[in-house]
Structure formats: C-alpha cells, structure tokens
Design a protein around this ligand. Sequence first.
Ligand SMILES: C[S@@+](CC[C@H](N)C(=O)[O-])C[C@H]1O[C@@H](n2cnc3c(N)ncnc32)[C@H](O)[C@@H]1O
Length: 279
Amino acid sequence: MDPTTVKQQQYDTWRAVASGWKTWAPVMTRLSAPVTAKMIEGLRPGQRVLDLASGVGDPAIAAARRVAPGGSVLGIDQVEDMLSFAREEARAAGVSNLEFRCADAERVDVPPASYDHVTMRFGLMFMPDPVACLTHLRGALKSGGSIHVAVWQGPDVNPWAAIPVSVLRRHVEVPTPPPEAPGLFAFADRTRLEAVCRTAGFAAIHTEAVEVVMVDFATGDEYLRFLCDLAGPIALLLKQVSEASRARVDAEIVREVSAFGGGRPLLPGRVWVLSATRP
Ligand SMILES: C[S@@+](CC[C@H](N)C(=O)[O-])C[C@H]1O[C@@H](n2cnc3c(N)ncnc32)[C@H](O)[C@@H]1O
C-alpha cells in the first residue's frame, strides 16, 4: 500500500476515536504509567523534548513536568481533534511549557539539532516508512541527544488486543498484512525495531521489556466500550460486524477475555521501550 494511502487510513482511524481517547484519558494514563516512567526517566530540567504521535497528550504532559523549570516540549500529531484535548488537559493541569502542533510525524518541520530528547509512544508502528521517520527525527536531535520509543510486543503477550481480533476473525474478514506493514504489532520483533533504529543512524541502542496491566475492568461492557472508543484498528473491525451478529460477537469477546482474566476483563500487555542516541 502506498504511503499516502497508509497515512490517510491512519488519519481516519485515529480521528474516529479521538473523542474516545478524551473520555478514557485518565484510565490510559494510569494503565500506561510504567511505559511513560521508563520513557521519560532520562529527561532533566531545562531540556527540550519533541514528542511524536502525541494523541491526547500522554506522555508529552508528563515530559513537560519533568523538564521544568527551564525546559519545554513540542508535541506533534496528525489529528487536530486529539491535540485540542491535549491542550485542554495541559491547561487544566497547569502545565504551560509545552505546545502542540498538528503535523505529519515523518515530515515535522523543526530546526535541526535542536532537541535533547525525542519521545514517541505507540506511534512508530503506524509509520509507512519508519526508517525515514527515525532518520528525520535523528536530525532534530542535538549530538548526544536521545530517542525513546515505545511499541507493542507481539499478540501472544498482548491478549487485550489478540483475543478480540481472534474472535473477530471468526465473523468478519480480518486482513493479514505482511509482518512489517504498519499496524499494532509491526514492531513485535525486537530485532527489527533495533535494526530500523540502527539503519536510521542511532547508536547506543538499548531495549527493555515493560509489562503493563492494559485492561482492568469490573465488567465486560466496560471493556467493550474501551475497545470501541480507543483501539482504533480494532474499533474499525467491530464496525464491520453486521447488526445481526454484533451481540454474539460482543458476547464471545467478553466470555473469552473474562475467562483469561479469571472471571473479569483483567489483561496484561507487553511493550518494548527502546532508547538510543544520536552520535
Ligand atoms: C495509539 S495513538 C498513541 C497516542 C499517544 N502517544 C499515547 O501513547 O497515548 C497513535 C497516534 O499516532 C498518531 N499518528 C499516526 N500516524 C501519524 C503520523 N504520520 N504523524 C503524526 N501522528 C500520527 C495518531 O493520530 C494517534 O494519535
């Protein structure tokens, strides 16, 4: 698929769930806190940070707190509806050392060699050309500056996404893209993630596995709402289910996630957090 089509699909996918991300922002912030903590642990007061695929502002807002006083964050996303909420969130939290700009992460126009850190949480896997994207971002970093990227590991360790997709496969046609095509699990393979970073010119590459409780709900209904409101690519598949089958599909998803969670939707997730340096 050509890059323009991928980007348009990404735009449509995430724009459709922007209001859901707003609704669930506090839950997502809490569930993904271990990933955020790992990504921003090296940030220091006074530093400049560029955050890509910022969504509704996490981890950009956390990064802005960490680099205060004296530092600042520029957050970038291609969906303005996500960013307008991110701005509201930052204002409400009293965080003023950050700015959000609507732009394509692969072509963001910033002065070269001007940032101490680049962060990108759950974004790299959706880029049509991740090497070009990272090469461009490397150019934005000062020499010795670092990038911190979080991506999902494979479906085998992310049942919060794998279970609904396997149920959906029984009811609608779920495309099986080539393993390296943009998508949730495009960087499940740590070797590929590190190779892409190396090819983009980064050094001192270090990857850690971070575990999260990705889903922790009392009821199946809550989990279904979470999926439909937030999980862009899965939400799209759910929309393809016919009205006649929808109740059955929902019931199967709830039954299988509850069985996995020991009686309720309680599901782990595993993430790679990679850090690397611009030589
Ligand atoms: C899964 S969300 C992650 C949001 C946030 N970083 C987080 O971890 O909560 C993915 C985000 O990537 C953005 N995105 C996808 N492709 C992009 C591109 N080419 N340029 C900028 N943003 C992009 C989407 O609009 C969406 O907000």
